[in-house]
Structure formats: structure tokens, C-alpha cells
Design a protein around this ligand. Structure first.
Ligand code: AGP
Length: 468
């Protein structure tokens, strides 16, 4: 590169030679009024503020300083000068890239009256679900621009492949059962980091649904892009507006859950389930089954508010069990992914080992782990799996486990002999994860607090995993 090249030309020439992922900003003492930003795989956005620019990897720093910002797409670069912002494609051509709303208030950037963000975000769940449903579920009808786009593109999908990581994967497992039960469309779910290496058959009628709070998770992005390359139509279920996943999918549905700051996902997880419930209903035929589901969905925020009120009862359980090093979480049907989620929550903020399993699997080996006093959390609403859950409770109880039963009181036998019972409102079978998850969030929260851990920023973890 010729000596004396401009900062912008130097970046255009240098960036393609870099390996790996980055979100960067570059300045030069020779052109102090200029700033170049660039993105490859790691989010970077910029907002013009009084006297200059704020460059960040998410929107929170813009709150209170700017109403709108620019979020670069992958492989793009922008030259910022006072009063001007020029975006370039990877080949240097100019791009017209609109600004997006910051969408975060200052109130979103503090826990407010709560001790931390996780407690605030657990409490916010009824509101988050109301916001997710607002304008989309109206008088038993679904209004979704994203689903309309899919319908115009491929009609009813022949097959649906849902993918995500961590809690988003768990939400996908729940969404798949809703879609198959209501819409009768074959639906499979894959952990994104594994899907990228699979060679699953893809046809033009395949819909890939990528679930992600941040919309920046590298494994989820790459899995979705791989299926897109093979001809699938793609749909993003995302919380962060204008994130990479939102930019790169053919259509999508924003969660509108508001910023989720706590590393352990709570309101975004339940909002993902609500969004997938809307998708399931929009793909299903009109009729009594769909109407009953939607009426229950519309009332779910009230039931979730009552589930949030189980905090005191759950804290008492945590006070008894916080010293336990190992836990089992068991569930059946639509609630075995909730058992996975409960185990993940406990691991990621209390650092205790926990394993989530489909309840019947405990017989095929893990029962050997059960010893007197071992905490076994059983997610057991009174649905069609209740009789079988009674057998599981008896199995672990007979070996001395400390049983914590999460149920709704409709089937009283589920509570008999349990060491601890957390009672929830009874809701539609397919929607019970929206309430059964909440006491498990409180259980991990209070266990971690008793152990003195930072519930918002647990060790070793990041809010958005942009590395592969
Ligand atoms: C959930 O509590 C974890 N923080 C983590 O598993 C998270 O769900 C996962 O990393 C996926 O993140 P995403 O939803 O932003 O893609």
C-alpha cells in the first residue's frame, strides 16, 4: 500500500487480509477527525452524539445519548466524519444503510428497584410476553408479517428445522412439540453447533427457524446460513433488533422482550416460547383446538405473574438445598426441555452440577446417581404424563432422593410424599413451560445468591457467544 494512503483506503486494503472474527474501530493521528469501523462476525454499531460518535458492540451505551444508530452487517465497513457516515461493502462499493432505533431507555440500563438484572428480568416476564403478543394475537387471530412472508415464499412448510444454542435450543424443543401438535408439520430440533456438521436433507419446502436472544451467536448464525445455502427458507426468532440473525434471515419475529442484561436468560427464554407458540398457531388450521390454545396463550401473562410470586416458597427450598453439589431435573413431554433449562440455569449461576433428563431416562442409568438426600426436581403439571411421573417420583423417592415437585395441584397424588411442592396455576398443556420454568429460575437465582455468586455476570460466561 502506498505510503500516505488514507485511513479509509488503508482499512479497505488491510481488512480482507485479516483472519478470524472482529468488530473494530480504527483512527489515525494523520486524520484525527475520521473514524473507520468494520465488522466480521462480531457485532459493532455506532451512534452519532453531540460532539462525536459512540461505537459499541450493543445498544446499551447509546441509551440516553442517541435515539438511532447504525448496525453494520457482516464484512461491511463505515467511514465516520463529522456530520457524515459512509458505509462500504466488502468490495468498497457504497451502501445505503439506514439507521435503526436504539430502542433502549436509560431505565433499561439499571436494575432499578431490583437487587440485580436477573431478578428484574424474572419479574418482567409477564410484561415481556404481553409485548411479544401485542398486535400479533388479536381476537383469536395471528398477525405476523414474518409468517406472511414465509407463506408467500413457500406456503405451508413441508418440514421445519429449529436450531439454537443453550436456552434457545431448549425453547426450540418446546416450540417443536407445539408445532407438531397444532399444525401437524414434521419438526426437528438441532443444537446449532451440531447442525452445522450434519448433512440433513434440505428441500425448497424446508423452513429453518433460528432462535436467538442476541441474534449474534456464531454457531446459530452459521447453522442457519448453511441451511440457507442448501436452499432452505430461513426465519429468525430474535430479541435484538437489526442483529446479524435478523439481518440474514428471510423473515422473522422479534421477541420485543426488552433488553436482557443478565447472562442467564429468563424473559427472553419465555418470550422465545411465546413467539414459537404464535408460529405454531399461525401454521395450524382454524378450529376449536387452535382457538383453545390461543385463548390460553392470551391469558398466560396473568398465570406467569402468579408463577413469579412463588419466589418466597422457592427461596425456602434453596435455603435447604444450596449446599448440595449435584442435582437432577426431570420432566416429561413438553416439560422435559424445561428440566434441561432448569439444570442449565442452576449450573450457570450457582456453579453446582445439575443434569436435566426426560424423566423416564432416569431408569436407563442415572438412577444409579440417586442417593439419600440427592435433590431431584420434578417438573410435573397434571397433564397426560402425570401417571408416568407418579412412577418416577416413587422411583427416586424409594432411593431417598429429596424430591421437589413443580405442579399445579390438579392431580393431588403428584404432591403426596414430596419433600417440597411448588404450586403453579394450571394452564394449557402445551403452554405449561411458560409457568413451570419460572420457579426453576428462582431456584437457581436464590441458590446462587446464598452461595454468594454474581447472578448477572457468572464466571466464564458471556451474554453473547460470538465465537465458535
Ligand atoms: C442461557 O441462560 C445462556 N446464557 C446461554 O445458554 C444462551 O441461551 C445461549 O448462549 C444462546 O444465546 P442466544 O439466545 O443469544 O443465541
Amino acid at each position: 500500500m502506498a505510503a500516505g494512503a488514507s485511513l479509509h483506503d488503508a482499512c479497505l486494503a488491510t481488512l480482507p487480509t485479516l483472519r478470524g472474527t472482529f468488530g473494530l474501530a480504527a483512527i489515525s493521528p494523520l486524520e484525527p477527525e475520521k473514524l473507520v469501523i468494520a465488522r466480521r462476525g462480531s457485532p459493532i454499531m455506532v451512534a452519532e452524539v453531540a460532539g462525536g460518535w459512540i461505537v459499541a458492540s450493543d445498544r446499551a451505551p447509546f441509551a440516553g445519548h442517541a435515539e438511532s444508530c447504525l448496525s453494520l452487517h457482516d464484512h461491511e465497513l463505515a467511514l465516520l466524519e463529522p456530520g457524515s457516515m459512509k458505509v462500504n461493502s466488502p468490495t468498497g462499493g457504497s451502501l445505503a444503510r439506514g439507521l435503526v432505533a436504539v430502542g433502549i431507555d436509560l431505565a433499561d440500563t439499571t436494575p432499578g428497584s431490583f437487587p440485580n438484572f436477573m431478578a428484574k428480568e424474572i419479574h418482567e416476564q409477564p410484561l415481556a410476553i404481553r409485548r411479544c403478543l401485542a398486535g400479533r394475537l388479536v381476537a383469536d387471530q395471528i398477525h405476523s408479517a414474518g409468517m406472511r412472508t414465509i407463506d408467500e415464499a413457500i406456503g405451508t412448510p413441508e418440514r421445519i428445522v429449529i436450531t439454537g444454542c443453550g436456552s434457545a435450543w431448549h425453547a426450540g424443543l418446546i416450540g417443536a412439540q407445539m408445532i407438531e401438535s397444532l399444525a401437524g408439520i414434521p419438526t426437528e430440533v438441532h443444537v446449532a453447533s451440531e447442525l452445522r456438521h450434519r448433512e440433513i436433507p434440505v428441500s425448497p419446502g424446508t423452513l429453518c427457524v433460528a432462535v436467538s436472544q442476541s441474534g449474534e451467536t456464531a454457531d446459530t448464525l452459521e447453522a442457519m446460513r448453511e441451511l440457507a445455502r442448501q436452499g432452505a427458507t430461513t426465519f429468525g426468532v430474535v430479541n435484538v433488533v437489526a442483529s446479524a440473525l435478523a439481518q440474514d434471515t428471510d423473515a422473522g419475529m422479534y421477541l420485543h422482550a426488552g433488553p436482557e442484561v443478565g447472562v442467564a436468560s429468563t424473559k427472553a427464554f419465555t418470550a422465545q416460547i411465546a413467539a414459537l407458540a404464535l408460529m405454531a398457531a399461525s401454521l395450524s388450521p382454524a378450529g376449536a383446538k387452535r382457538t383453545e390454545f390461543l385463548r390460553s396463550l392470551a391469558n398466560l401473562p396473568d398465570a406467569m405473574a402468579r408463577a413469579v410470586e412463588t419466589e418466597t416458597a422457592v427461596r425456602r427450598v434453596a435455603e435447604r438445598l444450596a449446599g448440595e453439589e449435584n442435582w437432577l431435573f426431570l420432566g416429561r413431554g413438553i416439560n422435559w426441555p424445561v428440566a434441561l433449562e432448569g439444570a442449565l440455569k442452576l449450573k450457570e449461576i450457582s456453579y453446582r452440577h445439575a443434569e436435566g433428563l426426560p424423566a423416564a431416562e432416569v431408569k436407563h442409568g442415572p438412577l444409579a446417581l440417586v442417593r439419600p438426600g440427592l435433590p431431584v426436581v420434578l417438573v410435573a403439571p397434571s397433564d397426560h404424563t402425570a401417571e408416568k411421573m407418579l412412577g418416577t417420583i416413587a422411583e427416586v423417592k424409594a432411593r431417598g432422593a429429596h424430591t421437589v415437585v413443580i405442579t399445579d395441584g390438579v392431580e393431588p397424588r403428584l404432591t403426596r410424599g414430596a419433600d417440597d411442592v411448588i404450586l403453579l396455576p394450571a394452564v394449557h398443556r402445551l403452554l405449561s413451560p411458560l409457568v413451570t420454568t419460572i420457579p426453576l429460575q428462582w431456584l437457581s437465582y436464590h441458590t446462587a445468591r446464598i452461595l454468594g455468586h454474581d447472578v448477572d455476570r457468572p464466571r466464564n460466561l458471556a451474554k453473547s457467544v460470538t465465537v465458535e
